[in-house]
Design a protein around this ligand. Structure first.
Ligand code: NOJ
Length: 756
């Protein structure tokens, strides 16, 4: 098969590690000259002695392999004492004393948990996102680690997929900006200091496009779509100097990513210039056997040939590469290349200078879960919440109100942290009820659980695999619980209903075909609605959900994702107006599952539907609108913002000129607030079909009541570029529409003509 990746021009961008480090090369060359073949293959082996297990294999004989020098790194253990123990074995007992590196899924914080990545992305605040990664790196390195399996940058347009929670939503441009911010946060300028670590961008590639939203499923997509909408965030991380890349589980063009040479070598290394190490996902080498590509020896050779350096957990490299070398299925050079990249990573981490540099026993007490990290977590969480509805300004609440606080997530520390919080301790999290009592001590709180998160036994069993009490089943009957909640509502001025998904209803292996609130909770809300009391729904979710009934019947909806350690305090800050919400959705909320995949930057069709009442032969549904319930970029504030018409500096441009587009933004409400002003561009005519519009910039603006500001965007031909039929990244002369607005559906627009 022809590798189409090979014909694409190199994207522009500078890899900050591209310079040849002569000293490092000399060191690694000299070390490798002393290594046996077995020791070299040993470096390609990443194992876990337990802990963070996301599949069936737990590595056996780790201790013995460490002594033989057959392990390159460990993941799934934390604490300087434990990592030191393992390091001592490698350094004192293996022949060449090569240190190990220690990795973990540090995804949205380490011990101090920030909002899940989907929530973080809704802040549209790159400085805050970078800060969250900086703190995570400081905590993780204080905990004995030097490698984080993050950022996860998979673009996802299907909220059935449980791992939408781990990424930054549906937009490639925003996803790329966030990827860079995360890499900067984790790695700093480089990752040589002891409070930075090596990041790992994942899952390369296209994992978020699994068919039917079912995890680990196949991916099949056109090259143009891949280049335009799925690859940019990985590329952005590479340009930002990310030290490692993790291959994904899915196949692409009928070859699993882990054994896909077009992807791992032609695209990643040759075209993007990536110089770091590529690690497989958990047993993804072995899983190529299930994909139907042959036995373990065959697929391990395939992976090495494709450009994979390190085998996570599967030990296919360890047990078969020597045989494959003897049979001529792989070359010595390929083994050497992979080994070199792993040793280089260790060199850059400073491990050859001091193998114990990330194992300082004095650090945990001063760097982990401090008042400072908690304060940051509270602030960042508040910025991630999205206000979806606020009729009659029911929010913010008065601090002296009488509040019926109901719902299965109102008093659940267990569910505050969200998915992938492997090092987090939920007992340190702040539940919503605690946060409300902290922020509004004079409020009269009448608490009632009201419902279980779900009463569906299969869902409960599958969700509770790791944490048996995540969906906690009350001894009382559903009717009794609802009756108690209704009685509480009747005594109160307002109801705050804290509902949604359990933490592990999203994340890995947590796809859902029904993405609405579980029936038990809908029954509760319906009973509460009958009381006539105003209801504020606080939603916990790791994905876009279908909320039709809720959007019509709740008075306010605050989407809080999974807010992390300080979730309860941050939610209370927003409910009572200490912080005016400013988050905007980075994923479209469908009206029903039948609309999926749904995303704002869809293509024009030949038969566009313009909401004509009697439309026939148009691209629409008979039973639901084409529009999402809440569009990409949407989010309300306690204040209101007014956008002037758009001003464009020119209407005709030529070549490399710069266009200035601006609006005057006014805070027309009564309190200060932040607004994410979004820039989109439509390419009206091109040689290939283009989307209706694409995000090209954004600015987060703070305005005092009555204050106005001109928000200016500079536009160059760079922002007009797209991948054409030859997969060339270029722009074409013609008409463009520039849009500036408050979300992807509400914009002020103006036309220009731009010729080459
Ligand atoms: C499998 C997941 O897909 C990946 O994201 C994670 O880093 C590894 N397991 C290690 O836990």
């Amino acid at each position: 098969m022809k590798c189409l990746f090979a014909i694409i021009l190199i994207f522009t961008g500078v890899n900050i590690y591209a310079q040849n480090d002569a000293k490092m090369n000399a060191f690694v060359t000299s070390l490798m000259s002393k290594m046996t073949l077995d020791e070299k293959i040993g470096q390609l082996n990443l194992v876990t002695p337990g802990g963070a297990v996301t599949g069936s294999v737990v590595s056996k004989g780790v201790d013995e392999n460490l002594r033989k020098g057959y392990v390159g790194g460990l993941f799934g253990i934390t604490g300087p004492d434990k990592t030191r123990q393992a390091q001592q074995i490698a350094v004192n007992n293996s022949r060449l004393k090569i240190p190990l590196f220690f990795g973990l899924d540090v995804i949205h914080g380490h011990k101090t948990l920030f909002p899940i990545p989907l929530g973080l992305s809704c802040s549209w605040d790159l400085a805050l996102i970078e800060r969250s990664a900086r703190i995570a790196a400081t905590e993780a390195t204080a905990d004995g680690l030097c490698w984080a399996f993050s950022p996860m940058v998979d673009i996802a347009r299907d909220p059935r997929w449980g791992r939408v929670s781990e990424g930054s939503g549906e937009d490639a441009y925003l996803g790329g900006e966030i990827a860079k911010a995360m890499v900067r946060g984790y790695q700093g300028k480089d990752y040589s200091s002891t409070n930075t670590l090596m990041a790992c961008v994942k899952h390369f590639a296209l994992y978020g496009a699994a068919e039917a939203g079912r995890d680990y499923n196949s991916v099949d997509m056109s090259k143009i779509k891949m280049y335009e909408y799925y690859l940019p965030p990985y590329k952005a991380a590479v340009d930002a100097g990310v030290g490692s890349v993790m291959s994904s589980f899915n196949d692409i063009d009928a070859v699993p990513a882990t054994g896909n040479k077009c992807l791992l070598t032609d695209l990643l290394r040759k075209q993007w210039g990536f110089k770091g190490l590529v690690v497989s996902d958990y047993t993804s080498v072995n899983e190529m056997t299930n994909h139907g590509l042959g036995d373990l020896q065959t697929v391990s050779a395939l992976a090495l040939n494709a450009g994979l350096d390190m085998d996570m957990v599967g030990e296919g490299f360890l047990t078969t590469l020597k045989k494959s070398l003897q049979k001529g299925k792989v070359t010595q050079q390929q083994i050497d290349n992979a080994c070199r990249r792993i040793l280089e990573a260790k060199y850059k981490l400073g491990l050859f200078e001091d193998p114990y540099r990330y194992m300082d026993d004095s650090r945990p007490a001063k760097d982990i879960l401090t008042s400072g990290t908690r304060k940051a977590a509270r602030e960042i969480a508040a910025h991630s919440f999205v206000l979806l509805k606020n009729s009659a300004q029911v929010l913010p609440l008065k601090k002296t109100s009488s509040i019926a606080l109901v719902g299965p997530l109102a008093d659940s520390r267990r569910n505050m942290l969200g998915t992938w919080s492997v090092a987090g301790d939920f007992t340190k999290a702040v539940a919503v009820i605690e946060g409300i009592k902290n922020v509004a001590p004079d409020a009269n709180i009448i608490y009632a659980k009201g419902a279980n998160i779900s009463d569906d036994s299969m869902l409960i069993k599958r969700t509770n695999v790791f944490a048996p009490d995540e969906i906690e089943i009350d001894k009382r009957s559903p009717d009794e619980m609802i009756a108690e909640a209704v009685a509480a509502a009747n005594k109160a001025d307002v109801v705050v209903a804290v509902v949604g998904e359990a933490a592990d209803m999203t994340g890995e292996a947590s796809s859902r075909s029904d993405i609405g609130l579980p029936q038990s909770q809908l029954n509760l809300l319906k009973a509460l609605a009958k009381t006539g009391k105003p209801i504020v729904m606080v939603l916990f979710n790791g994905r876009a959900m279908t909320l039709n009934w809720e959007s019509e019947n709740m008075n306010a909806i605050l989407d809080t994702w999974f807010g992390g350690t300080e979730a309860g305090n941050a939610i209370a800050d927003v409910l009572f107006g200490n912080y005016n919400p400013s988050g905007k959705l980075t994923t479209s909320f469908p009206r029903n599952v039948g609309q999926i995949p749904i995303f704002y930057n869809h293509k024009h069709t030949g038969r566009p539907f313009n909401n004509e009442p009697n439309a026939k032969f148009k691209s629409n549904y008979l039973d639901v609108s084409n529009d999402p319930l809440y569009p990409f970029g949407f989010g309300l504030s306690y204040t209101s913002f007014n956008y002037s018409d758009i001003k464009l500096s020119k209407s005709n441009l030529k070549g490399n000129e710069t266009l200035t587009a601006s609006v005057t933004l006014t805070n027309s409400g009564k309190i200060a607030g932040e607004e994410v002003v979004q820039l989109y561009i439509t390419d009206v005519v091109a040689s290939v079909t283009r989307s209706v519009k694409d995000l090209k910039g954004f600015q987060k603006i703070l305005l005092q009541p009555g204050e106005s500001k001109e928000v200016v965007f500079k536009i160059t031909p760079e922002q007009l570029k797209f991948f054409n039929s030859n997969l060339k990244w270029d722009w074409e002369s013609g008409e463009f529409i520039i849009h500036i607005g408050t979300n992807s559906s509400e914009v002020k627009s103006g036309k220009i003509n731009w010729v080459k």
